[in-house]
Design a protein around this ligand. Structure first.
Ligand code: GLA
Length: 399
């Protein structure tokens, strides 16, 4: 997906209220009447716990100060008009009649509408305008922010009262059924449930979370974007989902005590004959352990240990899970070589997107400059560097 570039610079760093008013204004200009409300949902970073969510594992995300906003108003017909500012497009169709989405953003919206109306009736047609500033294809979950914002808008508009967990499960089904990506719930969960100033420890075995202070004791999370756009559809993502699920089936046959993923321990890995499956499961088991250790490091305020866990996670994702790429590996190596960074790793689905580094706040500028220079020299690409704030999850502004 590519966002039209002329809008991006101006809205990139807008705060939530400014972004919401801008979207509201655009709606009013376009339709010549004001929207009734604006729903919003943020992107996310994930500190550790990667490629574990779809297998009942652990993750540690928080939402970031970049959002997708959806302004909406009902009409008296069954006609739906949805305008995307960032993708410079408009969908027009009638509820209950078939529509063929023309591209990815339309698939997300149409998928949301069909799945939502399968759960609760949508009472009438509506007009909507969508815009946002979550970087696209960078691994900070712009797609989840779009689904979560739009589902929250539908829930509010329809007065359906679907609870937050059921709502994000519908969003996940949009990915599964309309985009063909068997993703987990990490992104939607973080976008819906985050709390400002906190990171979440998410346990996908029982879909439970707890909040821990996001304080990093003089360090900040610095994100460096490879600018290698990745799309999970058609990538090795689905292959990893299948490999790990078939590894679980094998292990269940070999050891009757293994009922689910979380019963797998390091000593079970040798039971697998397929070397690729061994590596994938090794990543899974060790990444869950690293996520538990990261919680302890946070609680002890031990940023050095936290950084080291991130770096170990990177090498596990690179060598065992094999979801990294040259650009990500180069950035991690350079980040560590600066000496300003306690640790770093690729973040999100992989094969592109960005790395996340734990850097001393006072060194963040020097760190960024070194990384920018090194990356430009090696790949002739300008990396984009961002330091995000942790924010609240999705919500609604009513007028
Ligand atoms: C993507 C998916 C998530 C998760 C991460 C990897 O962001 O959408 O469900 O699997 O990759 O941790």
């Amino acid at each position: 997906m590519g966002r039209s570039s002329n809008t991006i610079e101006s809205i990139k760093t807008l705060g939530l209220e400014a972004l919401v008013s801008k979207n509201k204004e655009t709606f009013t200009k376009h339709f010549a009447f004001a929207p009734v409300f604006t729903a919003y949902a943020p992107g996310r970073i994930n500190i550790i716990g990667e490629h574990t969510d779809y297998n009942q594992g652990l993750s540690m995300p928080c939402a970031i100060n970049r959002w997708v906003t959806v302004s909406m108003s009902a009409n008296k017909s069954k006609h739906v008009t949805v305008k995307s500012i960032d993708f410079a497009g408009e969908m027009n169709f009638v509820l209950g009649q078939p529509y063929g989405p023309k591209n990815s953003w339309e698939k997300y919206i149409y998928g949301c509408i069909l799945l939502f109306s399968g759960a609760k009736p949508i009472p009438s047609g509506f007009q909507a305008v969508i815009s946002g500033n979550v970087p696209i294809g960078s691994g900070v979950s712009s797609s989840a922010a779009l689904e979560v914002a739009f589902m929250n808008a539908l829930n509010h508009f329809s007065k359906a009262g679907i609870d937050d967990l059921s709502l994000i499960k519908l969003c996940q089904q949009v990915e599964h059924q309309y985009l063909g990506v068997k993703s987990g719930l990490l992104d939607q969960y973080a976008s819906q449930f985050s709390v400002a100033g906190k990171v979440m420890l998410l346990d996908f075995q029982n879909l439970a979370h707890r909040y821990i202070s996001a304080d990093t004791d003089g360090y900040v999370w610095v994100l460096c974007d490879t600018k290698v756009k990745r799309s999970l559809a058609g990538s090795k993502y689905s292959e990893r989902v299948e490999e790990t699920q078939s590894a679980l089936s094998t292990l269940k046959e070999k050891d009757k005590n293994i009922k689910g993923f979380r019963d797998i321990k390091e000593n079970h890995i040798a039971l697998l004959e397929n070397p690729d499956q061994q590596k994938r499961i090794k990543h899974y088991v060790t990444e869950n352990k690293r996520t538990e250790d990261a919680l302890n490091a946070f609680e002890r305020n031990d940023m050095k240990a936290l950084g080291e866990l991130l770096t170990a996670s990177h090498y596990s994702l690179k060598d065992d899970y094999e979801v990294s790429c040259n650009e990500l590996d180069f950035l991690v190596k350079e980040a560590l070589a600066t000496g300003y960074c306690a640790g770093g790793r690729m973040m999100g689905g992989g094969f592109g997107g960005c790395i996340i580094n734990l850097v001393r706040e006072t060194d963040a500028n020097a760190f960024s400059q070194q990384i920018q220079q090194a990356y430009k020299q090696k790949f002739n690409i300008e990396t984009e560097i961002n330091i995000y704030q942790s924010v609240n999850g999705a919500g609604i502004y009513t007028y």
